[in-house]
Design a protein around this ligand. Structure first.
Ligand SMILES: [Ca+2]
Length: 289
């Protein structure tokens, strides 16, 4: 019963949302036709939750958009929804197909990512299924103008190898714990996939080149799993420079301060652990000073 109730509410939400594209075609005189077509074959309706996304340009921290399907006829059906984002905003799926039994609702999750250099503005996502169309406004704001903010937070991050769900984005997600969130979900930390082989590397690209003078690295809080030796490298106009070297670290956070450089990316070149076969990076933070 709970499911059916939610379905009804979603159906209403979809009906309200399709008003937006209809208004857009009013100037071309097609609004009467569009209304008639929408009403002619309403066997499957779609909805989006949330109905609007307010995001910061942090590609490693995707937002979740749930596409809802509700089937109102007496026959089971397969239905597809086509999903179109406005560049440079990206969606994980351009089409989702689902089996929808009669009088039943189904949902499909879609990830939405905003590249770090995306200017503030509105970047709508369009959902279409049959004659149904739902527009989800995606409003991208600028990062706060704070000289003390962590420039790595949510920025594009890659690694030399990745141990399963220990995705490199876990190293810039703002979470300082080593936590496995469950099957097929990215963990809150990164680890490599080449046991007892070094070096391992993690690289974060800044939203735009910036002056940096401090890198905080959080490895595992337990010495048995912690990184011991690494170099901090910055990508400058003159190429990669090693700006700090850390040796003999034992556990948790280490803060490296160095003469400021203008960098477009930062790389951690990991050389040794305290005995564990894998390099573990729980969080990487990059600061102006
Ligand atoms: Ca983390």
């Amino acid at each position: 019963m709970f499911h059916a109730h939610m379905t009804t509410r979603r159906g209403v939400a979809a009906a309200v949302l399709v008003v937006a594209p209809l208004v857009a075609v009013a100037s071309s005189g097609q609004i009467t036709t569009a209304k008639a077509e929408t009403r002619k074959d309403p066997t499957v309706t779609i909805s989006a939750s949330p109905q609007r996304l307010d995001l910061l340009p942090r590609p490693c921290i995707p937002a979740l958009l749930t596409v809802g399907f509700h089937h109102q006829s007496g026959q089971p059906t397969y239905t597809s929804a086509f999903i179109r984002s406005t560049a440079p905003v990206r969606v994980s799926d351009e089409v989702v197909t689902t089996y929808v039994p009669p009088d039943y609702a189904a949902t499909a999750p879609v990830e939405v990512r905003v590249p770090g250099d995306t200017p503030p503005g509105e970047y709508p996502i369009y959902l279409e299924a049959g004659r149904e169309r739902v527009t989800v406004p995606v409003v991208v704001s600028a990062e706060p103008d704070d000289p003390n903010r962590n420039l790595a937070l949510g920025q594009a991050t890659i690694a030399s190898s990745t141990g399963g769900v220990l995705d490199p984005c876990g190293a810039v997600d703002g979470n300082h714990t080593y936590t496995l969130l469950g099957y097929n979900r990215p963990a809150t930390a990164w680890a490599d996939a080449t046991p007892s082989e070094f070096p391992d590397q993690v690289q974060t690209t800044l939203a735009k080149p910036a002056q940096i003078g401090r890198v905080d690295l959080y490895t595992h809080a337990d010495r048995r799993f912690a990184l011991r030796d690494w170099d901090v490298q910055a990508l400058t106009d003159g190429g990669w420079q090693t700006v700090a070297q850390v040796r003999g670290h034992t556990a948790g956070r280490y803060s490296s301060r160095f003469a400021p450089v203008t960098a477009s990316a930062v790389r951690i070149n990991m050389l040794a652990t305290n005995g564990y076969a894998y390099s573990t990076l729980v969080e990487l933070e990059i600061y102006q000073q």
